[in-house]
Design a protein around this ligand. Structure first.
Ligand code: 13P
Length: 246
């Protein structure tokens, strides 16, 4: 039985004050939960998040990291540095990283290896653009992204997030059936390559998830949780998504 997981991706939002208020809100809204919960703030707010969530069950993660362990890479942050300050996971290959920072499939695979070397869990994002979906290439694109990740064997603790690019921040969610169809495709792909891990790896859906649509998404067989952007910036809304996953 896969434990449900809900991860907040705060992206580049917030100030120290607003992050503190959001974290305080989350800690008071989210008690003991059967669902695993984590927040991924901007790097500079990670220490605050770790400190506020210390006595809670909420994990903390980074939104990206370097593929290198250390060296002259100005502006980069190593996975081990994130582990050192209390992170337990790192989101990798988010479509915004791919689109605006030219991250390639191969680079995401190297980053996943760096994250595992640091003892952290990679949350690996895949997903197609609207154009690719309209061309009927959604599964092909996701398969290519997954194939690159197999440069090193996937682990049962790895997490994969399917985030159709056209559903991110647009208010346009994939229908539960559309999401389930792609999740089933991903699970089947994993079965062919890492049979033992395929049943354990959690597949999150991301893209305009909110309290109002969470339950119908979580009701799908291969949707094990969510990677939440905008709706994770409101403690009450995010707590309602977690409640829907119980
Ligand atoms: P939204 O929930 O704002 O659509 O963002 C999804 C996302 O990109 C999470 O990583």
């Amino acid at each position: 039985m896969r434990r449900r997981l809900v991860v907040a991706n705060w992206k580049m939002h917030g100030s120290l004050d607003s992050a503190q208020a959001l974290l305080d809100g989350l800690v008071s809204c989210i008690g003991d939960s059967a669902v695993e919960v984590a927040v991924c703030p901007p790097f500079v707010h990670v220490p605050l998040a770790v400190s506020v969530t210390t006595d809670s069950a909420i994990g903390v993660g980074g939104q990206t990291c370097s593929e290198y362990d250390s060296g002259a890479y100005t502006g980069e942050v190593a996975a081990a540095m994130l582990a050192d300050i209390g992170c337990d996971r790192v989101i990798l290959g988010h479509s915004e990283r791919r689109q605006y920072f030219a991250e390639t499939n191969d680079q995401v695979a190297l980053k996943a290896q760096a994250v595992r070397r640091a003892g952290l869990v990679p949350v690996l994002c895949v997903g197609e653009t609207l154009e690719q979906r309209e061309q009927g290439r959604a599964e092909e694109v996701v398969a290519e992204q997954l194939q690159a990740l197999l440069a090193e064997p996937l682990q049962a603790s790895d997490v994969i997030a399917y985030e159709p690019v056209w559903a991110i921040g647009t208010g346009k969610t994939a229908s539960p059936e559309q999401a389930q169809q792609m999740h089933a495709f991903i699970r089947q792909f994993l079965r062919q390559h890492s049979a033992a891990e395929a049943e354990a790896i959690r597949l999150l859906y991301g893209g305009s998830v909110k309290a109002a649509n969470a339950a119908e998404l979580f009701a799908q067989q291969d949707i094990d949780g969510a990677l939440v952007g905008g709706a994770s910036l409101d403690a009450t809304e995010f707590a309602a998504i977690i409640a829907a996953a119980q």
